[in-house]
Design a protein around this ligand. Structure first.
Ligand SMILES: *[C@@H]1O[C@H](CO)[C@@H](O)[C@H](O)[C@H]1NC(C)=O
Ligand SMILES: *[C@@H]1O[C@H](CO)[C@@H](O)[C@H](O)[C@H]1NC(C)=O
Ligand SMILES: *[C@@H]1O[C@H](CO)[C@@H](O)[C@H](O)[C@H]1NC(C)=O
Length: 418
């Protein structure tokens, strides 16, 4: 039994990790051969200017806004000032370059190649995520919706996001990206967090590698906004189990990314290993995990830039091997074992058996049922968070049928807190 609900539990377990201020070590394996940060900035701007010349509506506002500040030589008058003043001028310039306003629309016309390239930049100097001298900023959580078409539970999500946008002088806690079947047009009014948040999409099929292509495409689009620090993949049938500030705190204060990874000896686990993956991946390294991941920026950059393992998985892992259940668990367990929590934060009910998890419809969605999901009634299992055992294991749950929406809306404020 747990009386306090999620918010209290989360506050208690906060290990005081000051996310972006904490110096991080970057294992050599993970480092991409990229340019030094100064060269990176200039090269990126120059290249981006060449790539997107003058397109008024082109996605990238960065080069146009930032070039004058970042590339202009320091005016002579600065040289007469004190050193301290000069320093603050310079860090201001870095901040202006970095903190460009995010694009209003998530749409762009970059090719897949251009997109992955543009998204793969990462600050390396001094292991610092934020520009030097910059005041504390609120990192954002990117919610990446992988859907076939409509978002039947959008009214619930709109309620979840409500009040956590930029209004009232507060910093935004989130960004939204939606990948649909190509050609499908979502039509949300400007007041909705889903308004113009579709990203250029390609066809995906359940169990096919193009599902992971879509996940990488979503990650790449979300990486274009430097304020996004955490990246969570959700489907149209997912619901959030706690208010956004709780979810935001849980994710941004976590030292680990929530990627499920376990060694499953059966035919559904090790049985799907492909000898063609050796010697890059051995049977002992083979892992399984749920598709619905959450990861930090550093791992996200690794994933979209991985040209060692991903092409091998795409070629070798074919049904009954499923790239979306094995690629991330296996590869991140190899290259970044200490950075993943080995557990998912998306609750799924497999108890009914079969290839697909249970879908919750109208009869299922009761006060008791939702209460159990958030651990306010009954006793869910505990799990590890920043090295401590806590009650809050899941932030999202699936799968919910569209018919469950009215009940979810009538219960969400009382049971889920939003
Ligand atoms: C991309 O968009 C810009 C601005 O709308 C346009 O000028 C350019 O021709 C487009 N490029 C492609 C390849 O469609
Ligand atoms: C968002 O909150 C405001 C004020 O609390 C309320 O008037 C509005 O209806 C809410 N919108 C949604 C989609 O819940
Ligand atoms: C996840 O598993 C790896 C082994 O694959 C282990 O090294 C790591 O410590 C585990 N992560 C956590 C948070 O326990």
């Amino acid at each position: 039994m747990q009386a306090g609900g999620g918010a209290a539990a989360v506050v208690v377990v906060d290990g005081g990790k000051d996310g972006h201020a904490t110096p991080r070590t970057f294992p050599a394996k993970l480092l991409r051969p990229v340019l030094l940060s100064a060269v990176l900035a200039t090269g990126f701007l120059a290249a981006a200017l060449l790539m997107f010349p003058g397109g008024a509506s082109s996605y990238y506002r960065l080069p146009r806004l930032a070039a004058p500040d970042a590339l202009r030589p320091t005016p002579a008058r600065h040289q007469q000032r004190g050193e301290e003043e000069l320093e603050s001028q310079e860090s201001g310039a870095a901040e202006r370059w970095w903190a460009r306003p995010p694009a209003r629309s998530a749409w762009h016309n970059m090719s897949e190649e251009e997109l992955l390239w543009a998204a793969s930049f990462e600050p390396r100097a001094q292991h610092r995520r934020w520009p030097p001298g910059m005041p504390h900023r609120t990192p954002k959580v990117a919610f990446m919706f992988l859907t076939r078409g409509p978002l039947p539970l959008a009214p619930l999500w709109e309620r979840f996001f409500n009040g956590t946008g930029a209004e009232g002088g507060r910093e935004r806690l989130f960004s939204v990206y939606v990948h649909t079947t190509p050609g499908f047009r979502l039509d949300f009014p400007p007041s909705s967090p889903f308004h113009r948040r579709q990203v250029p999409s390609k066809a995906t099929r359940w169990g096919d590698a193009n599902m992971v292509d879509a996940e990488r495409r979503l990650l790449a689009n979300a990486l274009l906004d430097f304020n996004n620090e955490r990246f969570v993949l959700v489907s149209e049938s997912c619901i959030p189990l706690y208010p956004l500030p709780v979810v935001h705190a849980y994710l941004t204060r976590s030292r680990h990314s929530f990627v499920g990874a376990f060694d499953e000896p059966s035919q559904h686990g090790r049985g799907r290993y492909r000898v063609g993956l050796a010697p890059d991946v051995t049977l002992a390294q083979w892992r399984k995990g749920a598709q619905w991941f959450e990861m930090d920026r550093h791992l996200a950059v690794y994933v979209i830039a991985d040209d060692r393992y991903y092409p091998r998985f795409r070629n070798e892992c074919r049904a009954p091997c499923y790239v979306d259940e094995h690629y991330l668990p296996t590869v991140l367990s190899i290259v970044a074992p200490k950075q993943i929590a080995n557990r998912t934060i998306t609750l799924v009910d497999w108890s009914r058996g079969g290839a697909h998890p249970a879908t919750f419809g109208t009869p299922d969605v009761t006060e008791d049922f939702l209460g159990r999901l958030v651990g306010k009634k009954g006793s869910p299992e505990r799990c590890m968070y920043n090295g401590q055992s806590i009650e809050v294991c899941f932030l999202f749950a699936r799968k919910f049928a569209p018919v469950a929406l009215p009940q979810l809306l009538s219960l969400s404020s009382e049971i889920l807190g939003y």
